[in-house]
Design a protein around this ligand. Structure first.
Ligand SMILES: C[S@@+](CC[C@H](N)C(=O)[O-])C[C@H]1O[C@@H](n2cnc3c(N)ncnc32)[C@H](O)[C@@H]1O
Length: 431
């Protein structure tokens, strides 16, 4: 490879670790500046890998250093070096020398440091890894507060959740049934030798055996298919859509679920609302690609008086802003960027959005509440509280989870992202 991709990966990681930028957007800038597909793939794999294993690497580094590395770029380069040795199938000699060579010229003081710590890791690898396994943060590669929160909510199931969150996710497609059938699309994939299989219990979902770039997908540009996890594809079926209904998709951007609603039942009046004008631009692009249309409103879900025309809705999807802890496997930077404090702010916002959505629902209408979280505070506790405060809300239970409020899919369950759904019917008699 022509460029030293190690330093490019390290600089990308600095934007996440120090700059607080999301990995998706940091990588977008980096990858657009690289031309060689191999270089792109390597930088992407290293950046995702370092974020996934960050808390373990951080622990290992602390064992290898007498004092912390203050320079952010050199610290990130040390993480990149260690990640290759601990997790990638690379030739160790090349990994060490390439990482040492990646040290920027004006920071030549760091060459010896990087060299020494990587070589020491190789010498003491076994003891260091055993030590890491005895530390819960390093073992699960999740921050301490998150280990506690998830263990507190899920007890014995927590270890499986951490494990699934650290695995690379499958690539799942959603076939646009307005344009073709799932069987037909599967055949198009097979013709191109893209290995794939149907996902049971999810009518429009296909799982790729190996992820590919969207440009490799047949008829992607003409909207025959989209990328969306199986768990997210359950939303539409739960809405029980019928022709002629007025449907509100609250918190809609970037329109994964809006699009699926329209693909499933095109004869509805669909209003999609999101507070974020920039994300709303992506809604437009996404719907255009799929040749679908909805009424798009940039608005605050907690203040419907500023945008709602007063006509109630038959169906409302509240895909609430949440901690996104169920999708860590797709966005491992969440473990680095999310703060414990967010988990006090988010449930309050979700409750406000739910309350305002309820005021826009027709009598006998159905509201589906969704999050991509696995925390009870954002999910079943939220719904429990809502039911206690709203006597005209009746829960439609799930066969999968009859004892609790709603349906909690834990990360990795049946191959899905972590997700939560609850269904609430508005009744005209108190419960
Ligand atoms: C989980 S994402 C929605 C994903 C989307 N439903 C999909 O399937 O593609 C949550 C969205 O809530 C939006 N949001 C956050 N606070 C909001 C508010 N007060 N009013 C409306 N939208 C809000 C965010 O901008 C974000 O786009």
């Amino acid at each position: 490879m022509a460029k030293n991709t190690r330093i490019i990966a390290a600089q990308t990681l600095v934007r996440v670790l120090d700059g607080g930028q999301s990995l998706t957007s940091a990588l977008e800038n980096t990858l657009s500046s690289l031309e060689n597909p191999q270089e792109k793939a390597f930088v992407q794999a290293v950046c995702y890998g370092v974020c996934r294993t960050y808390h373990r690497l951080q622990f290992l580094l602390s064992q290898l250093l007498d004092k912390p590395i203050k320079d952010a770029e050199i610290y990130a380069l040390a993480l990149v070096g260690l990640y290759q040795l601990a997790f990638m199938r690379v030739k160790t000699h090349a990994a060490v020398s390439e990482t040492v060579d990646a040290t920027p010229k004006k920071k030549s003081w760091a060459k010896n440091l990087i060299n020494a710590l990587l070589r020491r890791y190789l010498r003491e690898q076994e003891q260091l890894e055993t030590l890491a396994n005895s530390n819960p943060v390093a073992l699960h590669s999740h921050p301490k507060w998150l280990v506690s929160r998830i263990e507190n909510d899920w007890g014995e199931k927590a270890a499986q959740i951490f494990h699934a969150a650290n695995e690379p996710p499958p690539m799942i497609l959603r076939v646009n049934v307005l344009q073709t059938t799932r069987e037909n699309y599967l055949k198009q994939l097979t013709d191109l030798e893209i290995e794939a299989e149907v996902v049971e219990n999810c009518p429009s979902a296909i799982r790729l055996v190996k992820p590919v770039g969207v440009t490799a997908l047949p008829n992607f540009e003409s909207g025959m298919v989209s990328v969306q996890d199986t768990a997210a594809q359950f939303a539409t079926g739960l809405l029980e859509l019928r022709a002629g209904q007025r449907v509100l998709d609250l918190c809609a951007a970037p329109a994964g679920k809006t699009a699926h609603i329209l693909e499933t039942q095109n004869d509805v009046e669909c209003v999609a609302v999101d507070i974020d004008a920039t994300r709303m631009l992506r809604v437009e692009t996404n719907l255009q690609r799929l040749n679908l249309s909805a009424q798009l409103i940039v608005g605050d879900a907690t203040q419907p008086e500023t945008w709602w025309d007063g006509k109630p809705f038959d169906r409302i999807l509240v895909d609430a802003p949440c901690s996104a802890l169920g999708v860590i496997r797709r966005h491992p930077d969440i473990k680095i960027l999310r703060r414990a404090d967010d988990l006090t702010v988010l449930p309050a916002l979700q409750a406000e959005i739910l309350k305002s959505a309820w005021s826009m629902l027709k009598e006998d209408g159905l509201l589906v509440y969704a999050t991509c979280s696995i925390l009870k505070a954002e999910n079943e506790n939220q719904i429990e509280k809502f039911l206690a405060e709203n006597s005209n809300a009746q829960e439609i239970p799930f066969a999968e989870n009859p004892a609790k409020h709603g349906w909690q899919i834990l990360t990795g369950e049946n191959g899905c992202d972590g997700f939560y759904y609850a269904r609430l019917r508005k009744v005209n008699f108190p419960a």
